[in-house]
Design a binder for this molecule. Structure first.
Ligand code: YH5
Length: 278
């Protein structure tokens, strides 16, 4: 798949490393802040490390979408994300994904050299579809039930797998109508976004059905609350569980794994690749 000036062969799984520029993220909030301000050099250093460890995409996010979080202003999101994207592209030549739903952030980060638009709202915000189409970049469409403020209150589905597939299929059609062609689309069931543990497990068990829709599948499971529920572990104790979920998802056909712990995930992929050889 083409991502701006980068190309990735998605017939084997690839690692997307998470770079959070929010001051308040659950698992790594404020990591790159100094004296209450985002420090570009710290963010750049972390990205450099993730690339050295085997990440092929760096996902930069400036909006906290954790359960119960409140919205960020457009100005604040632009302020956090655009300089980081610029630095990663210009200084590291990295393939940068932008975790955003905002049309202005989509346009400005594309200008700064981003290679992928990763939207947890699947381009449903006013103007987002048109902004993404105009960039010519690929998009990752993710499913969320509700909004970050309320999504974990009462998640409910007839059948989570059928409901999420049906939503994503509708968003694929909206993309195609807007001029985003099939070879520029990735799909993501949106683990933890308006889902109970049972819903998340059903989606992972049947992940192959998402791949069968005909698009590369991206998954974000790293350190998420389902591991808290399943294992009774705090967020900094979830690495083994996250690796088990990474392995389960590549065995079911995931093409891109979005993770905090790049080096450990790369070992999992290497073992799996060796076993797949013969
Ligand atoms: C995703 O799944 N997730 S932001 C809570 C945690 C740990 C991590 C309680 N952006 C996804 O990573 N984009 C986010 O511990 C995403 N897929 C895509 N495509 C939430 C997150 C997290 C939340």
């Amino acid at each position: 798949m083409r991502f701006g000036r980068h190309t990735l062969d998605l017939s084997q799984p690839r690692i997307m490393g998470i770079l959070n520029t929010t001051p308040d993220s659950f698992s790594d909030g404020g990591s790159y802040y100094r004296d209450g301000r985002l420090a570009l050099d710290l963010a750049l250093e972390r990205a450099r490390q993730m690339l050295a460890e085997g990440a092929e995409i760096i996902d930069v996010g400036g909006e906290s979408t954790r359960p119960g979080s409140t919205p960020v202003s457009e100005a604040e999101e632009l302020d956090r994300v655009v300089p980081v994207v610029q630095a990663l592209v210009n200084e590291l030549g990295a393939l940068v994904s932008v975790d955003t739903s905002n049309p202005t952030v989509i346009r400005e980060t594309a200008k700064a050299g981003a290679g992928l638009i990763n939207d947890v709202r699947a381009l449903q915000k006013e103007g987002a579809l048109e902004a993404a189409a105009a960039t010519g970049l690929p998009v990752c469409l993710m499913h969320m039930q509700g909004t970050p403020e309320t999504m974990q209150a009462h998640p409910r589905y007839d059948d989570p797998v059928e409901d999420v597939k049906s939503f994503l299929t509708t968003r694929v059609e909206a993309c195609q109508t807007a001029g985003i062609t099939a070879e520029r689309i990735l799909l993501d069931p949106g683990f933890g976004f308006g889902k109970t543990l049972e819903h998340n497990l059903a989606l992972l068990r049947r992940l192959d059905e998402f791949r069968a829709l005909g698009f590369p599948v991206l998954v974000g499971l790293s350190r998420k609350s389902m591991l808290g529920k399943l294992l009774g572990r705090e967020v900094n104790e979830r690495l083994p569980g996250s690796l088990a979920l990474a392995l389960a998802s590549i065995q079911r056909g995931a093409a891109v794994i979005r993770v905090h712990d790049v080096a450990a995930t790369r070992d999992v992929l290497a073992v799996q690749a060796a076993l797949a050889e013969a």
